[in-house]
Design a protein around this ligand. Structure first.
Ligand code: E4P
Length: 223
């Protein structure tokens, strides 16, 4: 069995390790991303168990990050994470060792997600090392007074110009506008926290409109 990727349309991932949230939104999401901060907030800190539980709910990519920082340990950790389920994407940082580990794991057919990407050169290196996904962090780029969405557009353009197959996974999405702009920029996938996804199902005009439809119907003779 291989990693299940939804090609052609934008993949929506939930940025969480909260099983309750994944259960709630499983009909609307294509995968899940986690990171050590997200996992540290879970009562059950057994990463393998959490990842396995997620894999039973979602048939799509599940990113789980290594916590080692040197090449040999990253490779060992990545190999062990990949054994949990074929949908596991080994998350590696865009560092010298992380990129080397990406090349090594990709050559072994293991899916990878290169995280903490803040520049086009890092994204090019990730693609050249065979990354399945690269995760540029929109919100954190905005946090330092630069334009996170510009970074997404630049990476999408460079990947298109050069025919790289690595998928752009917009991360660190903090609000609906980030989501909209990343989608317009042509991202292949977006990971969003639950508080942003929740808002996709709410619009005051939908509520007002629905109330009016119902009240008109109830007032009519056809009741
Ligand atoms: C996902 O892959 C990232 O780890 C996550 O989106 C980071 O988001 P933050 O910058 O809001 O912590």
């Amino acid at each position: 069995m291989n990693l299940v990727i939804l090609e052609g349309i934008v993949e929506i991932f939930l940025d969480t390790a909260d099983i309750g949230a994944i259960e709630r939104y499983k009909d609307f999401i294509d995968g899940v991303t986690t990171n050590p901060t997200i996992l540290s907030k879970q009562e059950n800190e057994d990463v393998q168990k959490i990842a396995l539980e997620i894999s039973k709910l979602i048939n799509g990519p599940i990113s789980v990050e290594v916590i080692s920082s040197d090449f040999d340990d990253m490779v060992k950790e990545g190999e062990s994470l990949a054994k949990i389920h074929p949908n596991i994407c080994v998350k590696l940082p865009c560092t010298f060792d992380g990129l080397k580990a990406c090349k090594n794991l990709s050559n072994k057919g293991i899916a990878t997600n290169l995280t903490l990407c803040f520049s086009v050169p890092q994204a090019i290196m990730a693609a050249k090392c065979g990354a399945t996904y690269v995760s540029p962090f929109v919100g954190r780029v905005d946090d330092i007074g630069q334009d996170g969405i510009n970074l997404i557009s630049d990476i999408v353009e460079v990947y298109n110009v050069h025919g790289f197959e690595t998928r752009v996974l917009s991360a660190s999405i903090r609000n609906i506008n980030h989501f909209i702009q990343a989608a317009i920029a042509g991202t292949d996938a977006i990971t969003i926290p639950e508080n942003v996804l929740q808002q996709f199902f709410i619009h005051p005009l939908t509520d007002i409109g629905l109330k009016k439809f119902m009240s008109d119907w109830n007032k009519s003779k056809r009741k």
